[in-house]
Design a protein around this ligand. Structure first.
Ligand code: TEU
Length: 560
């Protein structure tokens, strides 16, 4: 059952299946493994599982390159396994949301294999274009435009058979579907309805703001050779999202939808999530994930991030979507490094306290919080020292492109260490037995050696653990209308160390205060509301009479 607005009081847990739990000893996580951990997720208190792709796939981008949307990859199990997982999750009151990757398919999808034939009726299901004016097809530099791909030097791949190029803005293994073609759209909606009929409760929509391409690609004319790599938010996005909503019954069945929208702003998010537009329920913004790199650089061009910049960005989204739309709240996913290493302090001394402070701040903002597997007990980045230890197509492509651009090895490896997606893809550390209880076989990827001390079993047994802290935060969201609906107000906006804000609803105010530093810091009481009589909801101590905050100390108080 999905009552109206149910997703506004939900907490979502993201499972990256290949690294969650292996059940058959092949070293790769699978669906029966997830099933075996449902009680752990129910005890944590989460309401929804967002399952990263388990569909049939050549695994070039670890499942974000799909070759059959209506079958499960044997790596992860069978359709019977996913039906059982949906049933068993529902039995525990947990909903299941699938990852919908329909901006592109795998180059091994039957649709694309047909489309390679210029005479086929599916030729127009993808973007095929001739070599640029005056160039010899297939020669370097003959690509229709200079557009780079996210994980490869060019967004265009030459196909000998037809002498044309196809567009793949992520990689040659991920050709972009042509959403201008109504047959493509209706094939996608049909597939979505098929999954809804199997009992899924909604979709996380991969790079959904890329499905409408700019005029430069859809006008039918030659591609401008200088076409930029940012092909997001094309002119028909709202039309396509509203059509999808109607055709699949996303609102009609109160289905959960979150659109992953690289490059989205508050304005584009309001358009996509305003209830009156019947498009999406919420979106993932990337803005707060792109503050710790140089302004004109990419994620690899590291830069320090002053706390006020981070605080104000989240506040900007709180204010922007206060009256229209709905925020998603996240620090982690399978594409981001582990937040306790990125914005906290993953030293043995402060890992737990800083993970708790990060969780407290995020979960007390207004919106739907997302917990990425392992975040709930403070998993950290993986210390790697050579490119041979990296697995992700994005990391490996970056290394080669940066080498070609003349960057030195140490700089490249430092960027990878801090920002690679591999950091998030190490197997979940369940306990301190062999392979952290993840597999009885050889793990597909490197386990973080700190699993001996950083593991779920130890955390579940410890009332002062990060896990126990997440349980309290999740329980508070379920019990408190102020946490769900209260108006957000940022305090001490320019304080370089203290993160403070209030949430207010019908005369009840919750105050959050956190010391985002590994040093003691004065508590600027004159910048805060009256603390006398405040009740401690979550944290170590009420702050009445306190003048100094301990490193990474965080508190949630209900004001008198
Ligand atoms: O990610 C979209 C996206 O923009 C990512 O490329 C992100 O910006 C980058 O990974 C940051 O380092 C989605 C999926 O979450 C990602 O795993 C896929 O690789 C990508 O789309 C293509 O499907």
């Amino acid at each position: 059952d999905r009552p109206e607005g149910w997703w506004k009081s939900a907490v979502v847990y993201q499972v990256y299946p290949r690294s969650f739990q292996d059940s058959n000893g092949d070293g790769v996580g699978d669906i029966p493994g997830i099933d075996s951990r449902l009680d752990y997720l129910a005890d944590l208190g989460v309401d929804v599982i967002w399952l990263s792709p388990v569909y049939r796939s050549p695994q070039v981008d670890n499942g974000y390159d799909i070759s059959d949307y209506r079958d499960i990859d044997p790596l992860f199990g069978t359709l019977g396994d996913i039906d059982k997982l949906i049933h068993d999750a529902h039995e525990r009151g947990i909903k299941l949301v699938m990852d919908l990757v329909v901006n592109h398919t795998s180059d091994r999808h039957a649709w694309f294999e047909e489309s390679r034939d210029p005479a086929s009726s599916k030729r127009d299901w993808y973007y095929w274009r001739p070599a640029r004016e005056g160039a010899v097809p297939g020669e370097p530099g003959a690509e229709p435009s200079d557009t780079p791909a996210a994980f490869a030097p060019s967004a265009w791949t030459y196909d000998e058979r037809s002498g044309e190029y196809y567009l793949g803005i992520f990689s040659p293994a991920q050709p972009d579907l042509n959403w201008e073609n109504a047959d493509v759209r209706h094939a996608v909606y049909d597939m979505m309805r098929w999954w809804v009929s199997r009992g899924v409760d909604g979709f996380r929509m991969d790079v959904i703001n890329l499905i409408s391409k700019p005029e430069a690609l859809t006008s039918g004319g030659p591609v401008p050779v200088d076409l930029s790599g940012d092909v997001s938010n094309g002119p028909r996005l709202d039309e396509f999202l509203a059509e999808m909503n109607r055709e699949v019954g996303l609102d009609e069945h109160n289905l959960f939808t979150v659109g992953e929208m690289p490059g989205s702003t508050v304005e584009t998010a309001i358009r996509a999530t305003a209830a009156t537009r019947h498009e999406l329920k919420m979106v993932f913004t990337f803005e707060h994930m792109e503050l710790d790199h140089t302004a004109d650089g990419t994620k690899w061009d590291l830069a320090d991030l002053p706390l006020p910049v981070l605080k104000k960005n989240l506040a900007h989204w709180q204010d922007g979507l206060a009256e229209a739309g709905w925020n998603s709240l996240y620090w982690n996913n399978h594409d981001q490094p582990r937040v306790v290493s990125r914005f906290g302090d993953d030293s043995p001394e402060y890992r737990v306290a800083s993970a708790k402070a990060l969780a407290t701040v995020l979960h007390l903002h207004k919106g739907t919080p997302y917990v990425y597997q392992g975040e709930e007990f403070g998993m950290t980045n993986l210390p790697l020292h050579s490119i041979g230890e990296y697995e992700d197509v994005e990391s490996i492509n970056y290394y080669h492109q940066a080498k070609k651009a003349g960057l030195d090895e140490a700089t490249i490896l430092k960027s990878l260490q801090v920002k690679s997606r591999d950091n998030a893809r190490t197997p979940v550390q369940w306990d301190n037995t062999a392979n952290a209880g993840f597999t009885t076989g050889t793990p597909w990827y490197t386990l973080n050696p700190n699993y001996a001390s950083v593991n779920a079993k130890a955390a579940v047994a410890d009332p002062d653990s990060v896990y126990a802290h997440y349980q309290k935060l999740i329980a508070l969201r379920h019990s408190s209308p102020v946490v769900r609906e209260g108006r957000f107000e940022l305090l001490l906006a320019d304080d370089p160390n203290i993160w403070a804000f209030t949430r207010t609803l019908e005369g009840v105010t919750i105050l959050v205060v956190a010391n985002f530093s590994s040093h003691e810091n004065a508590l600027p009481v004159d910048g805060l509301p009256e603390l006398a009589g405040a009740k401690l909801l979550i944290g170590e101590r009420a702050l009445e009479g306190v003048t100094t905050l301990k490193p990474w100390e965080s508190s949630v108080l209900e004001l008198a």
